[in-house]
Each structure stands twice: as C-alpha cells, then as structure tokens.
Design a protein. Structure first.
Length: 277
C-alpha cells in the first residue's frame, strides 16, 4: 500500500487519487472494477472544477489588468490636456498689455475724467512709434509649446493603438511621429509611449533603449520618473539584476515619498525575496 501511495504522489495526482488507491488495495477483486470507475469519475469532476477555478482567476486577472491600464492611459491623457491648457493660458497672459489687466479684487476702479464736447487737439509728433516684435527664439518656443492640429491628430492616433493593445502598430506610429516632429511638445510623451509599446510586446531590450532615449533627449519631460522606473522593470524582465537594482534605487533617491518610489521599492523587495541581491 505504501508503494502505491508513493507512486500516485510522484505522479502529481490529487488527494482523492490516494484514497482511490487505498480502496482498491483493500477491496476484493470483484469490487475493484466498480470502485475504479467511480474513483475515475470523481477525479475527472475534481479536475474540471479546478480548471474552472483557474479559468475564472485568469479572466479576473486579465480584467483587472485591463482596467488598470485603461485608468493609467486616461490619466495620461488628462495630464497632457491640462499641460496644453496651462501653456496656452500662459501664452495669452504674456501677450496681454499691462494696461488691460483687470483691477485687483476690492480695489476701486480708476477715476474716469468727464467727457468734454470739445475734442482735444495735439501737435503732430515726429517720433516714430516703437514697435516691439517677438524674437525668433520666443516665437519658436511658443510654436513648440502648442502642437499643430496635424501633430495632435498623429499623436492621438498612435495613442489609440496603445489603448487597443496593438503594440506593434503603436511602436511604428510613435517612431514615425518622433521622426516627423522631433521638436514637438508631444515628442517626449511619444518617446515614452514608444518604450511602453515595446514593453507591452515584451521586447524589453528595445524598451530599455526607448526609455533611455527619453532620459537623454527630453530630460525635462514629465515622463522621466516613469521612464526610469520602466528601465528598472525591463532590466528585471531581462534578468539583469544589477542594472535593475541601480535604476530602481535611482528612482527612490530622486523621487522619494511618491507612488513611483513605492513601486520601485516593491520591485526591490521582490528581488530580495527572490534572492537576486
């Protein structure tokens, strides 16, 4: 009986199989056939139940991952819209003459002199009026700050590919966008989502290169902390433990007490538990 249990255990069968083996060993030969059929049916039912539970868990995990991805993408769109709105408002404020500013709250408006029927006559002036023009540098900066309609349309189309999980098409679209609009205000975000597209398709080597390009070309991008975190994640998937640890530690050092820092610490904790350092 002990040898039969060891064989069944080594084969990876469920505990019900051990009970079936014990019953077969104790029952007379005439009863074994019926018991065997019953036990096989019981094992099949148990396997079907386990498979159903696994499928339910896989479906729930996929649904939660999709929901988290959608929320993250929606948040990115909202932040991009807020950044574009604040840039446009700043440009309008810079172009508003000081005399057109509204009076402070609670302050009395300036006194308006009474209108006279006789028009004021002034001698002609020989001084040419001074015209202040916008320097080419400022004009270029304002043009970059507000993407043109075709730039925004191209970016949105590429972003829709990410939301639809078509990562290969998204990577091609974002690479083309960066090549066509390297100085666009959306170029930094496009570089980040290029890395995310490679990461989503599990091409982690290309993902590291794309995220690193964002750090090198767009150091002031708001996506910098996310790119640095994903560099650590990508090195983790590539099993390059020293590089992964270095990137994640850099996230903690540069962005303490943030969600990005907590995510980096969670991955470092997993690495410690797995014995990678």
């Amino acid at each position: 009986m002990r040898s039969q249990r060891l064989i069944l255990w080594a084969a990876g069968l469920a505990p019900a199989a051990l009970f079936a083996a014990a019953a077969l060993a104790q029952n007379p030969p005439g009863e074994r056939a019926g018991d065997l059929v019953y036990q096989v049916q019981a094992l099949q039912d148990e396997i079907r139940q386990l498979r159903g539970l696994i499928e339910q868990q896989d479906h729930e995990i996929a649904r939660l991952q999709q929901r988290q991805r959608d929320q993250f993408l929606d948040l990115d769109q909202r932040l991009a819209a807020l950044a574009a709105g604040s840039t446009a408002a700043a440009g309008r404020d810079a172009l508003t003459p000081p005399g057109d500013a509204a009076p402070a709250q609670g302050a009395s408006p300036p006194a308006v002199p009474p209108v006279e029927d006789v028009p004021e006559v002034r001698p002609p002036t020989a001084v040419e009026p001074e015209i202040t023009t916008i320097s080419p540098q400022v004009a270029a900066a304002r043009q970059v700050a507000q993407p043109a309609a075709d730039e925004q349309a191209r970016y949105d189309a590429a972003f829709q590919e990410v939301k639809a999980l078509r990562y290969d098409r998204a990577a091609d679209a974002f690479r083309a966008f960066i090549a066509d609009f390297p100085e666009s205000a959306l170029a930094g975000n496009a570089q980040y989502w290029l890395g995310e597209s490679w990461y989503g398709s599990r091409n982690f080597t290309q993902a590291v290169a794309a995220f690193q390009a964002l750090l090198d070309r767009y150091p002031e991008s708001t996506k910098r902390p996310d790119a640095l975190l994903k560099i650590g994640y990508s090195h983790y998937e590539l099993k390059d433990w020293p590089a992964a640890r270095a990137a994640l530690e850099q996230v903690k050092a540069e962005y303490p007490d943030t969600t990005i820092s907590r995510l980096a610490e969670n991955r470092l904790r997993a690495m410690r538990l797995e014995g990678h350092y």
